[in-house]
Structure formats: C-alpha cells, structure tokens
Design a protein around this ligand. Structure first.
Ligand code: AMP
Ligand code: ZN
Length: 481
C-alpha cells in the first residue's frame, strides 16, 4: 500500500449504508463493472458509469498502487439487439460488434477514461458459462426445459436482498415473461435455443446461446474469482440483472461471497426521464464531440454531480465546465506533466474517498486554480483524469482561443524580447519580460526561458482577452521605443 492513511468510504447498495472499504486483498483490489451491449454508438447516459467508475479506479490505484488494482469491464457481444441489427442491416454480427467496440473505446478514451485491465467479450467465455449452468442444474438451482435452461428463483432464499424487495413484490412490479416451459414466472433464462440463423454454440441442451445475466457471473468468476471487492453499474441494472448475477454466482459458488460492495450510479436524464435508446431521447457521446464539446468538458459536467444523484445534461453546464477547465489549463500550461501525485493534498484525496464526492473535489480544484496553486491543481486534476493529455488542451482552446492577430502580436513581442537579450540590453529585456508575464504570457518551462512561450493567465476568461493583450503589447512596444 502506498497511501495507507486514506480511508475510502463507499455507499454499498447491499447494506444501504456508506461503509469503510476494506479490500479482501490489498495487493489485488478487484472491481467488475457491467459494460455495454455492442450494437450501436454509446449514448451520453452509457458514459456516466464509465466516467464514475474510472474515477473510482483512479482513486483505488492512487491508494493501493496501480499494480494492485484489477478492473474488469465486459462487452456483451451476444444479444438479441445485436442479432436484430445484423438482420436489418445485412451485415455480419462480428463486424457490427467489432466496429461498436472500437467506437466505444474511442469515445470513452475521449472522455479521459482509462481502459480497464480486462475487457472480456462474452462470446469468448461460453465454455465457462456452460460449466456454471451445469453446476447450477446439478445443485438444483436450475432446470432444463424445451432447449432452455432456467434459474429456479425460489431456490435461492436471499433473492431480492440487493434491492431490498421480496420476490412477490418484484413479480408484481416487473414485466416477467410467462412461458410454458417455466416452473415459475420469476425464473429467468440461463440458456436459450438458437436456430441456425442465429449465433449458437453446442451445449448439453442443444445448440443455443447464453442469457445476458450468466455472462457477467461467468466472466467475473473467471477473471476475479468467487469473491471480489466491488461490482458496479447503473442503478437501472440493479433489478433484475444484478439480483440475477448474485443468485447465479452465490448458488454456483456458495463458498464465495461474490461482490462485497455494490455500487450504482444514478441515471443521466433528459427532462426528468432516463436517457435511453428505447425512449429515443438520446444523443451519443460522438454527437457531442463532433459538435465541438471537448471530452474533458463532458467529464467535468458528469463529475460536478454526485454519482448517486440523477443529473441532466445542459448546454449551460457545459459552458461553465469549459470555463473552469480553461482556467486550469491556463494556470498549468499546455504541457503534460507526469508523477505529480506526490504533491497531492490529502484534503483532495479525502473528498474523493468520501464515496466519490467529486462535487467537493471539483470545488477544491476551482478554488486552488483561483489561488494560482499550479502544482496542487496539476496533481489533483490528474487524479480526476483532467489535464492529462495535450490533445485535451487543443480541443478546449480550439474554437475561441486567441485570434490570429493576437498570436502574431505575441510572437512579435517575444521576438523583440529575444532581440533585446541578444543585444545585451538586459534592463529592456527584463522590463518586457515583466510586462509579458503580467499579460499572462510566459515560457512553458520556468527553468528554460528559451522554451516555447505560452499565453496562460489564470485570470483569463473573457472575449476581451484579445483586445487586452494587443493593447498591452502595443503599450509595451511604445515604452520600449
Ligand atoms: P446497456 O448497454 O443499456 O446495458 O448500458 C450500459 C451501461 O450504461 C449500464 O451500466 C447502464 O446502467 C448504463 N446506463 C444506461 N442508461 C443510462 C443513463 N441514462 N444514465 C446512466 N447510466 C446509464
Ligand atoms: Zn452485468
């Protein structure tokens, strides 16, 4: 452990309490997050769990050491929505899933999300699923009927404990499919038959394909073991998906505890309704990026609301976020700095460790930016996944950064300063340097005056900047004669 003093507290859906997080093995902290079904571009709501659990991943890496955290997020690449997309487009399933996975990784990368340690695809774990299903049948928790295998929900007493509801309440509230081969309406599919026109694998129950829930149970078991630390996803997955994962995993591996801590992010909404494909009220991450909203801005807007609260995306929030990010970047300059974490103030880590209080963490960042605490801002921003890559800087300042003539005026002024030094007129050079600094124009490297100069003023914010800089430079040149 590198940072033992940090005590992480996480809200555990299972206990409905905020608890001190104690990993099963501090040398290998393990987290599983349900990933996307890959048939289409991720919408903005899909990105929320990615960003939320990316922050948790970064925090865990900070506290336990990067090599002591294992983060697994799956790709569901066998699903009826994928089959339907293939049928309607005439394209091969593998082509669609491959393309969508690449889109997803590109889009989430643009939001500053690190790639998890493992990104298993369901289709690569069919034997493990079959084995798990066989075990469930042998133990009386599942039964085969008409080419299907179903999980016998009434055989698992704790069913519903995660969401805190009884089986009967859940039946009343859910749209459960009644089918002749089911013993009980609540029973859910572990395996279903596939005709030759659909993806299928040979199994003891004939050619077929897995149900959705068994995927996560089998992949989590294979990659993280029968007990691991954290399981995450959106709260829309709590029932039935996560209840079913727990039932399968705990019945297949009664010795294990499956996930110790369950974490659920609230939904991204559009006018009070969950953003979702089925409601049609969605736009994709790519739409926003293409409209010139930088990934960092999206990330900032997400993190300004606590993950357990619903949130709306608004253009106003994006404007505010952009301004804050510009101030931060302006303070630290467009260089990528590494290993700043040793300067990280504990107050900041503590905010994040308090059930990912990203709102408070951002407030600290904003405050320190105003105070000009460049090192603290760099270190803290890095932990949150900001100011990490210079492409983000370019995206942010791309549009309404300095006008061409301002850039030319700055370049000319810097040239004059170099000239004064060459002519060994140091008093003039120093005066010019002071005036440039006052305008927020300074060398990228404090040690090397001959490095590139940048405009980086923490007070920067308005459209008047161009005029202000040009005025300042004209005044300076007037004085220099
Ligand atoms: P899906 O592909 O629909 O299974 O969703 C992938 C992930 O996105 C899951 O963790 C969902 O909980 C999450 N998700 C879907 N819609 C939203 C939303 N509107 N807000 C936040 N998370 C969402
Ligand atoms: Zn899952």
């Amino acid at each position: 452990m590198t940072n033992a003093p940090t005590k992480i507290k996480l809200h555990n859906t299972k206990t409905r309490k905020k608890e001190v997080f104690t990993p099963l093995d501090a040398d290998n902290v393990r987290m599983y997050v349900c990933g996307p079904t890959v048939y289409d571009r991720a919408h903005l709501g899909n990105a929320r769990p990615v960003v939320v659990f990316d922050v948790l991943y970064r925090l865990l890496r900070h506290v336990y050491g990067p090599e002591h955290v294992t983060y697994v997020r799956n790709f569901t690449d066998v699903d009826d929505k994928i089959n339907a997309r293939a049928a309607e487009s005439g394209r091969a399933i593998g082509e669609i899933t491959e393309e969508t996975i690449n889109w997803f990784l590109g889009d989430m990368g643009a939001l500053g999300a690190l790639e998890p340690n493992a990104m298993p695809r369901a289709t690569a774990f069919i034997p493990q699923m079959v084995e798990m299903i066989e075990g469930l049948i042998a133990a009386g928790h599942a039964y085969a009927a008409e080419g299907h295998v179903l999980f016998r929900v009434r055989s698992y007493e704790a069913y519903g404990a995660l969401s805190g509801r009884s089986v009967d309440d859940m039946i009343a509230g859910a749209r459960v499919e009644v089918a002749p081969y089911k013993e009980d309406a609540m029973d859910f599919v572990l395996w279903k038959p596939s005709g030759l026109d659909l993806p299928g694998w040979d199994s003891p129950w004939g050619r077929g394909r897995p149900g959705w829930h068994i995927e996560c149970s089998a992949m989590a078991h294979e990659l993280l073991g029968e007990s691991f630390d954290i399981h995450g996803g959106g709260n829309d997955l709590m029932f039935p998906h996560h209840e079913n994962e727990i039932a399968q995993s705990c019945c297949a591996h009664p010795e294990g505890g499956f996930a110790q801590v369950w974490m659920h992010n609230e939904m991204l909404q559009v006018e009070g309704k969950k953003m979702s494909k089925s409601l049609g009220n969605f736009f994709t991450v790519r739409d926003l990026l293409d409209q010139g909203v930088p990934g960092e801005v999206i990330r900032f807007v997400f993190l300004s609301t606590h993950y357990r609260k619903p949130m709306d995306w608004t253009a106003d929030k994006a404007d505010v976020a952009r301004n804050h990010l510009k101030r931060m970047w302006s303070l630290v300059g467009p260089t990528e700095t590494q290993n700043a974490s040793e300067h990280l103030p504990q107050e900041f880590v503590d905010a994040l460790a308090n059930d990912l209080d990203t709102h408070t963490a951002l407030q600290l960042l904003i405050k320190w930016t105003k105070e000009g605490r460049a090192d603290d801002v760099t270190a803290a921003a890095h932990l949150l996944g900001f100011l990490c890559v210079s492409e983000a800087y370019d995206a942010l300042f791309d549009e309404d950064w300095l006008a061409e003539e301002t850039v030319e005026a700055i370049e000319e002024a810097i040239f004059q300063w170099h000239l004064a030094r060459q002519q060994r007129d140091f008093s003039r050079a120093d005066k010019m340097r002071g005036q440039l600094l006052a305008l927020g124009i300074r060398p990228v490297s404090q040690e090397d005056e001959n490095s590139n100069w940048v405009f980086s003023n923490p007070d920067f914010m308005s459209d008047n900047d161009n005029a202000r800089i040009i005025d300042g430079i004209e005044k300076m040149r007037g004085e220099a004669g």
